[in-house]
Write a protein that binds this ligand. Structure first.
Ligand code: SAM
Length: 490
């Protein structure tokens, strides 16, 4: 299918009416969450994908803001016909707590003082960021996310989602990430923070009405940027080529292209990012550690999500070994998990660049969607001695048209629909047993959604009870669950 652009998109804002209690115990009042959504939420609200951004990302993941020269940061995989296909899925991306792109952070006004928080902003964690995203998901009235996906710090949020809200995430795709920050990662973050703090203009975080600590933030970004690339990609991009000269200058001005590139990266970063946010977010990354008593397997014991872990062979910041640790810990808990290592020279930044491989890998993962991945677990059922009036009232109250009928030992014995209830009036029937259909067409949890769609088409029915191998009803799948996920083909 042709990959297209989303066109113009806009950032939206949500102000929860309740306070946020942070992991560190502090309370944040009047928070704002900046977010963007792409695609349409289906009727069952079963097609929502939460995209989590990395350290310097924001809510603008795809499409174009009016007048911009670049699309959103993950436009390569979000849009019509792309892996995060907006013809099928409803994509949500919000700026993290502590950020500087619309969600409350250290540069926001502190309601207590009317001035920017600066260092009065409390220390936040990845868990807090995820709790804020959950507030947004609740606000959008979505009970379960079809998937949560993100790279780097975004991958940390993906893992945290699955631990904090195991019933809310059907599928998870952490990319180039880790379940805890290594000493080397903490070390790089600390050097970046010191660069900011050593800038006299940083002024203990109170610079908002003064001069911006651009030297410090630029230096922090330069250091970090080196960790995002690989030596091979630097050779390819710059080699030892000189910048605008043919000979060494024999002084400390910029000689090499790589120096010039880093200076450019550093200074352009200061035009779009807040120095205090950099301090707070890198601290949240450093504190991130999902292990319980040293065991990652213990941390994942309640996970119900199906996983795809993606790593990058040339990533030395979040190397494949750290991603494989997540794989091992999930496998120990019998979680349905796949692992794939992208081959690329781009280093850690690969997850933002390698559109071809990402679209292929993620697209395939989603196209393997099974009935169990999308069915409703909290479905309504009745026993055969239920009165027709009660069944009808249940349909109205729950806004449903199909109700499975189960035996005393919870086995499926029939199905009754609004259409069947209309027969009671037409034919003057009194008992549920007279109107229910006994020969029920069902789905298995491990059926592909294509198989279920075929059955629904063949028998012209819009809802299949999902049964396990003992005949117990464990869910229900409807055309609304799958029609958008199979966009165009249903
Ligand atoms: N358009 C309807 C729908 O949305 O399912 C189907 C119309 S069909 C004439 C209605 C009959 O199909 C009813 O008698 C109902 O009990 C039966 N039915 C609905 N779902 C069923 C299922 N999963 N297996 C077998 N029969 C089913």
């Amino acid at each position: 299918m042709k990959r297209e652009s989303l066109g113009i998109v806009n950032t939206q804002y949500y102000n929860p009416s309740h306070d946020l209690i942070l992991e560190g115990g502090e309370r944040l009042k009047n928070i704002t969450i900046a977010y963007e959504t792409y695609g349409k939420l289906n009727k069952e609200k079963s097609n929502a994908i939460m995209v989590c951004h990395a350290l310097s990302g924001d809510a603008h993941a795809a499409g174009w803001h009016e007048g911009d020269r670049k699309p959103g940061w993950w436009d390569i995989i979000i849009g019509p016909g792309k892996a995060l296909d907006t013809n099928k899925y409803f994509i949500i991306c919000s700026n993290v707590l502590g950020g500087c792109k619309g969600t409350t952070g250290p540069s926001s006004l502190n309601p207590e003082t009317g001035k920017p928080y600066g260092l009065d902003f409390p220390i936040i964690t990845i868990k807090d960021m995820v709790n804020v995203q959950k507030m947004l998901v609740d606000h959008l009235d979505i009970k379960q996310l079809f998937a949560v996906i993100g790279g780097s710090m975004g991958g940390m949020q993906v893992l945290q989602w699955c631990i904090s809200y195991p019933d809310t995430v059907r599928m998870a795709i952490p990319i180039a990430t880790s379940a805890y920050s290594s000493p080397q990662q903490i070390a790089f973050n600390e050097v970046g923070r010191r660069a900011i703090i050593s800038d006299p203009k940083w002024n203990n975080g109170e610079y908002y009405s003064l001069e911006f600590p651009d030297e410090g933030l630029a230096l922090a970004r330069m250091i970090a940027h080196i960790t995002y690339l690989s030596n091979e990609s630097m050779y390819e991009k710059f080699g030892r080529r000189l910048q605008d000269k043919d000979e060494y200058s024999f002084d400390f001005s910029t000689d090499f292209q790589v120096e010039s590139y880093l200076h450019y990266q550093g200074s352009s970063f200061t035009k779009r990012f807040d120095a205090n946010t950099y301090l707070y977010i890198t601290k949240a990354i450093d504190y991130f550690d999902l292990t319980e008593n040293g065991s990652l397997a213990d941390a994942f014991k309640n996970i119900k999500t199906k996983f795809l872990i993606i790593s990058v062979d040339s990533d030395w910041l979040y190397p494949p070994s750290q991603n494989k640790e997540i794989l091992m810990a999930l496998s120990t808990n019998d979680v349905d998990v796949s692992y794939i290592e992208i081959k690329s020279n781009y280093g850690h930044d690969t997850f933002l660049i390698e559109g071809g491989q990402l679209n292929y890998i993620i697209g395939n993962f989603f196209s393997d969607t099974l009935v169990r991945d999308v069915m409703s677990h909290d479905m309504t059922w009745i026993r055969k001695d239920t009165s027709i009036e009660d069944a009808a009232q249940l349909m109205i109250a729950e806004k449903i048209t199909h109700i499975p009928v189960v035996s005393d030992n919870d086995k499926l014995i029939g199905i009754v629909t609004a259409w069947d209830i209309s027969k009671t009036v037409a034919l003057n029937l009194k008992n549920l047993e007279d109107i229910m259909t006994r020969d029920v067409i069902t789905a298995w949890p491990d059926d592909s959604i294509e198989i279920s769609a075929q059955k629904m088409r063949k028998y012209n029915i819009s809802s299949l009870p999902v049964v396990d191998d003992t005949g117990r009803v464990i869910g229900i799948i409807t055309t609304d669950h799958i029609s958008t996920l199979m966009a165009g083909s249903y």
